[in-house]
Unconditional design. Sequence first.
Length: 401
Amino acid sequence: MPVRTPPVDDTTTAPAATAPTRRVPPSPPAPSLPSLTGLRWMAALLVFGLHVRNLGFFGGTGGRLMTWAFDAGGTGVSFFFILSGFVLMWTARPNDRVVSFWRRRIARIFPVHLVTVGIALLMVYTPPHLAKPTAAEGLANVLLVHSWRQSWWQTLNPVSWSLACEAFFYAAFPLMAVILRRLGARASAALAGASVLAVLVLARADAHGWLSQSLYSFPAARLPEFVLGAATARLVLLERWRGPGLEASLALALIGYFLVPQITDGGYPATACTLIGFALLIPAAAIADLRGLPSLWRHRRLVRLGELSFAFYMIHLLVLRAGTSLVGSSPHFALPTALTTTALAFGVSLGLSWVLYEAVECPARRLLLRGRRLSRTQPAPRAALPEPAAPTREAPAAAPD
């Protein structure tokens, strides 16, 4: 199946005196990639496991097993940053307007973000009494600029730090897309390689404390992961991707994931362990969808869970922290009790994520974008070009902390 983005029809118009103006048809939407939606859920699940481990629900053997399985769960955020770059480049509209792009991004992430900020503010004054932010910290969180200051990155809903990184990526993407569309296969591959090298250099600097602050939550330090995803998407669009298949890519991603505790204590340096595997896995899953190859990740249940993954990510840590007011901080339960407690927290988080998705995320997005859709249904004025049609899938927002 060809995967190049079809060019816009350059149909010319006849003089107004002899014939009506012909409208230029919009570019067809990019093919949807359901396996990437399924993979989003798995990355969100890793982050959930990390937070359960960090809150000390499991003691003894259970605690050791949780450490083995989820000590590297924070790398799920790296997966989301790479995935975000890939999907935004994949669905980029050749004639898109910058304001239209930013409006769609705001409609995608802000409604759920604002609702979870409200929940976090409520929890500031009720058990488990989250840390009360200053007015400046709260405003920075609402505007998604709080990750630029290290002491503010865990304000209110702690996981929202990654949305601050995404907001920076969204600001940079329109210019990035213009540049990437001018690059051929070799230049795109070189950009991907430079992005990997940048992460490795930054990881070493962070591990040795050469910088004045940790890079884990610093938006500019996470930009190379986003660029890597966009560069690999460009190679797939050019039909020049030459990476391994889905099974081999998944194996490499798992090897990198379980290498993390052997090489580093976590944080930004962990990104260097999983970067290659994740950067291979995402285009491999996309190719599997395009060619109709077998893929576990596009199973309808996984795809549905992937659709809920953003809301799940945004609410799960608030649920876990609320649970600590009932079970105590670091309770270190025996395995049966810990499993029961975790299953309950997971069920509540998943149920609330469904509510957020169905009652907040989707309706708010339709409402915020309604004006644009209505304008597209009106007859175009003479000699005016219509906006391109919306793609079948929106790019995923970043998740995991």
